[in-house]
Write a new protein. Structure first.
Length: 242
């Protein structure tokens, strides 16, 4: 393995996927965030916690501009970190992944990881806009969500290792085993402690757009890494001449 080439490929693919994800968030998700935060602001005005003044809106618009401007940088940073994990997993599992080239293999792995560490946890704990959820339960909700991701991820690795022991059609037993295990965990994990009080049209729209935005990340990550891997072949050792 040519380590320097491998690191560059991983960093570039992760950063580019993160940039695409950040851009997708700006286009797809931010309008729903604006609507949700506006509802929150109106509630603050109605309760008397804030006053509907020009000063408030100037400060608010400046803060939101800062948030939106940081989307791309945050996406690149997060994408680079997840891309590093993806690259390591791909390097170790490439030979056993289905597909006749590295692009297909990388896209298949991206699809598997999208399901295991994103879609399944999302089904248990759907994404909600800012108007949904009590601030006092924020830490608990974060722990539950991250715990589910960890359980699903480590279970997938464990059953993948188990599948390598089996031969032929018996390999399906590992997939069935993971499905049964994660189903038990799904129903055993506590429910989201907060009720949805925002308009469901807003909540559902936010959730759909969030899924699309995250999906662009995984597709881009798999595609870019696969293309770069095919071109630079970091797994090929450079011959040494003595």
């Amino acid at each position: 393995m040519r380590t320097s080439i491998f690191v560059i490929i991983v960093l570039v693919s992760g950063a580019l996927a993160g940039f695409v994800h950040g851009s997708s968030n700006l286009v797809l998700v931010e309008p729903y965030l604006d609507e949700a935060i506006n509802i929150e602001n109106q509630n603050l005005f109605a309760s008397g916690e804030e006053e509907d003044t020009l000063e408030f809106w100037v400060e608010y618009e400046g803060y939101r501009d800062w948030q939106k401007g940081g989307q791309l940088l945050a996406g690149i940073i997060l994408g680079t970190s997840i891309g590093a994990l993806f690259g390591i997993v791909f390097a170790f599992s490439r030979e056993s992944l289905p597909g006749n080239n590295n692009i297909k293999k990388a896209l298949i792995l991206a699809g598997v990881m999208w399901i295991v560490i994103y879609l399944i946890p999302l089904l248990k704990y759907p994404a909600n806009p800012p108007t949904v959820g009590d601030a006092e339960t924020l830490v608990l909700r974060g722990i539950l969500y991250l715990s589910f991701i960890a359980i699903s991820g480590f279970a997938a690795i464990g059953f993948y290792k188990l599948s390598k022991i089996f031969m032929g059609k018996k390999k399906l037993l590992a997939l069935v085993g993971y499905a049964v295990f994660i189903s038990i965990v799904f129903f055993a994990m506590p429910e989201n402690p907060d009720k949805v009080t925002a308009p469901m049209e807003l909540v559902n729209g936010f959730r759909v757009m969030s899924v699309l935005a995250v999906s662009t990340f995984w597709v881009t990550l798999g595609l870019v890494l696969g293309v770069l891997w095919n071109h630079f072949k970091p797994n090929k050792e450079v011959p040494s001449f003595n």
